[in-house]
Every structure is written in C-alpha cells, then in structure tokens.
Design a binder for this molecule. Structure first.
Ligand code: ASP
Length: 429
C-alpha cells in the first residue's frame, strides 16, 4: 500500500528557506563573478523585491493589529487591578531577564577575551551613528501621545500601547454602552489575524529572498578578524535562549522547554530573517495562541510591549561589545563600570526600537556611560547584520517566554493546546 505523502509544515518550510537562502547568498557572493544578472537582476532585483515585499506585508499588519489587539485584550481583562498586576509582572520579568542577559554577556566576554591581541588595522571601519541622549523626564513625557493618530501614523509603539490600553480599559468600564465599538475592534482584529495567516503562507519565499540577499551582500570575508567577538555574542545568546529562558520556563510553569522551542522555532526563524521584533509581533501572538496555548488577552498586550521594551539579545551584543572594545582599545574597566553597563544596557534595551540595526545606535549610550570611545562601534558595524538577525530571534523568544509564564500564572493558559490535544488552524498544525 502506498504511504500517504505528508505535507511539509510551515516550520520545516521556513527552516529550509533559511538554510538554502543563506547558502545561496554565500555562493553568489564568493563563487559567482559580478555581473548585471547576479547584481541587478537577482540580488537587487528579484531577492530585493520579493524579500522586502514580504517584509512590508508583515509591517503593514503591525500598527492596526497592535492597536486593536491591545484595546480588546485590555477590555477583556476588564478590571484595571488585574491589568495592572499583569502589566507590572510582565515589566519586572522583562527587566530582570535583560539584566541577566547582560551579566551572561559580560561573563562570556571575560572568559573569551575577544579584543585581546586584535590587529585593528585589519578591520574595516565605518562611521558610527550616535544615539541622541534623551532625559528621563522627556522619555516619560513621550509616552503620552499628544495626537494618537500621529502616533499610529508614525508607528510610535510605546505611544500606541498607552493609547490603546486606555481605550481598552474604558471599553471594559462602559460595557454595553460601547458594545458596537468593542465588536468592531474585535472583528477588525480577527481580520488582521486572518491577514497574518495569509501573509505567512508566502513566508518561505520571503525568508529565502531576505537571507539570500543579506548573505550575498556580506559574504564571509569581513567576519574573519571578528570571529572571536561574534563567537562571544553567539555563545551568550545561546546560553540566554537555551539555558536561562528554558530554566525560567521549567521553574515557573513546569512546561516542557524542548516542546516550547520546537513550537516557537518558526517565529525565531522569521525574526532571524527579518531582523525586526516589530514585524514579528503578529506571528508571535498567533503562534503563542494557536500552538502554545497562551490566551490572546495576555499575549496581545505583552508581546507588543516586549517587542518595544524587552531586547535581551540586543543587551547581550552590547555586553560583549563593551568587553571587546575595551580590550581592543586597552581600556580597563572595574567592577563599578560593569554595574554601570548592566544598568545602562537595560535602559538602552527599553529605548531600542524593534527594527533592524537600532541596537548598534543605542550602543553609543552604553559606551558613553563607561567612557569607551564611540569609534569602537565602527569596528563592529561591518559584521553587525548577522548578529542583528540572531539577537532579534533571542529578543522575541524572551518576550514569548515571559508571556507564557505570566499567562500560566494568571490562568490564561490552555495546557491542552500546548500538549497538542487542540490545534485550531491547519497552517500551524
Ligand atoms: N533588530 C533588533 C530587533 O528588532 C533590534 C536591534 O538590536 O537592533 O529586535
């Protein structure tokens, strides 16, 4: 009897696309001579259009989805006391995991000594972009949008979160009186979710083109003098993702960490290829709901918040970069300097937007706090893209783990879904 052919799931397809895309990019960079067909038609033509077209489709979903899902999520949590409790718990988790992340990074950096014996002349330098420091009062005031429509139009995530939270709380308070608006937002949210599913069907093609173009542009040559620094970042990211998060998950929920990683892997692959936490929000909310069992009323609020303020992977890169640049420039850092780095990198993580490359800009804040030269950033700029891809995958895993713990403790978790007894959508099955 002929065996029925099993259809490949989205997870497998995304991973195949990632691997084949990276290989294809490296081959194009190293083995195919420059020509119009390679450069103009393939890399900057086909790969660029399909990859960025896909990215834009995902980005298109973010603002309306975040607004509707936070408003509906807050409305369904109902009372402000529970909402406050969930919010505070989530923020504390986010801050603590970020502080752990930098500590892991500093420790790995101290063991590996990535900057010792570095021949700085072999490293190509670029002009660093420096973050403008904003005062704490300004940062706090900036949370309040003076014009919410402007915040939506500009995609200012923190302002959108604040505004939609207030709308949600009022929806709950006024109840029946605003039923129509509540229903409208909730149905619009469903439309956005359906759109996410539709866009995800083309994800493997988008992922292939994005990774192929990235690797075709960077190749491997630039990496060689930086291998130790990169290795440090990768090891620290690995420890955070597979040891720290999985321990936290096990201790706080008792859930099987391997199962969690398996189910969440496509979201990590997606974040890797896009380098953007923001673009990953829709897929992350959907996966947590459909495959892991987290109720949407929690994830719709904590995931956009995490994508905006919780960047553990970015903090890790910044921690290793501090050690690397201090050693490369022969600057000694003492214990108090390390404490300062932990504090400023945690703050920098809040200030880093969930889009490609911003972690490198906020790194200047961290360097300035301990007197490291900002020119140090120029050393690592050339190879940052690959690290950005990897740290973004860790950034969004951190958000998902904290969300799962908070949902579990709040009884907003469906263990049957996690144990595969229920799966609502065949795309995610
Ligand atoms: N690309 C990162 C993210 O979106 C931010 C960064 O570290 O540059 O999460």
């Amino acid at each position: 009897m002929q065996k029925k052919q099993k259809k490949l799931g989205l997870t497998t397809k995304i991973f195949i696309a990632l691997i084949v895309g990276s290989l294809c990019g490296v081959i194009l960079h190293s083995y195919i001579p420059a020509s119009d067909i390679r450069d103009k038609f393939l890399i900057e033509g086909l790969f660029y259009i399909v990859g960025n077209g896909f990215l834009r489709l995902m980005q298109m979903l973010v603002v309306p989805l975040v607004f509707c899902s936070i408003a509906c999520g807050a409305a369904s949590i109902g009372d402000t006391k529970t909402l406050g409790k969930v919010g505070i718990k989530t923020i504390v988790f986010y801050l603590v995991t970020t502080a752990i992340a930098i500590t892991v990074a500093l420790s790995v950096g101290k063991v590996l000594n990535p900057g010792i014996g570095l021949d700085m002349s072999s490293i190509q330098k670029a002009e660093p972009t420096i973050a403008e420091a904003t005062t704490l009062t300004e940062t706090l005031l900036n949370l309040i949008p003076t014009n919410p429509l402007n915040a939506l139009a500009e995609g200012n995530m923190l302002q959108i979160i604040i505004f939609s939270l207030i709308v949600g709380v009022i929806l709950a308070k006024l109840g029946k009186k605003v039923e129509v608006v509540h229903k409208f937002l909730s149905q619009f949210n469903d439309i956005m979710m359906e759109m996410t599913m539709m866009v995800m069907r083309v994800a493997p093609y988008g992922v292939f083109c994005l990774t192929a173009r990235t690797f075709a542009n960077i190749g491997f040559d630039a990496f060689i003098p930086m291998l130790k620094y990169m290795l440090g970042v990768f090891i620290a990211l690995g420890v955070q993702c597979f040891v720290v998060y999985m321990l936290l998950l096990k201790v706080f929920t008792g859930l099987n960490p391997i199962k969690f990683i398996k189910k969440f892997a496509p979201v990590m692959g997606f974040a890797f290829s896009t380098s953007s936490s923001n673009s990953t929000i829709p897929l992350s909310i959907e996966t947590l709901n459909e495959k892991i069992g987290v109720s949407k009323r929690i994830s719709s609020f904590t995931i956009p918040l995490g994508a905006t303020i919780n960047m553990d992977g970015t903090a890790i890169m910044q921690g290793v970069a501090v050690i690397f640049v201090a050693q490369a420039f022969g600057i000694n850092l003492d214990f108090m300097d390390y404490i300062t780095v932990i504090a400023t990198a945690t703050m920098a993580s809040i200030g880093t937007a969930g889009v490609p490359g911003v972690g490198l800009i906020t790194l200047s804040m961290v360097f300035a706090s301990v007197g490291l030269p900002v020119e140090g950033i120029a050393l690592i700029m050339g190879i940052d893209r690959i690290l950005d891809m990897t740290r973004t995958a860790v950034n969004i895993t951190g958000d998902a783990v904290c969300t799962t713990i908070v949902a579990y403790q709040n009884n907003d978790f469906n263990t049957d879904v996690f144990n595969d007894k229920e799966c609502k959508d065949e795309l995610f099955a």
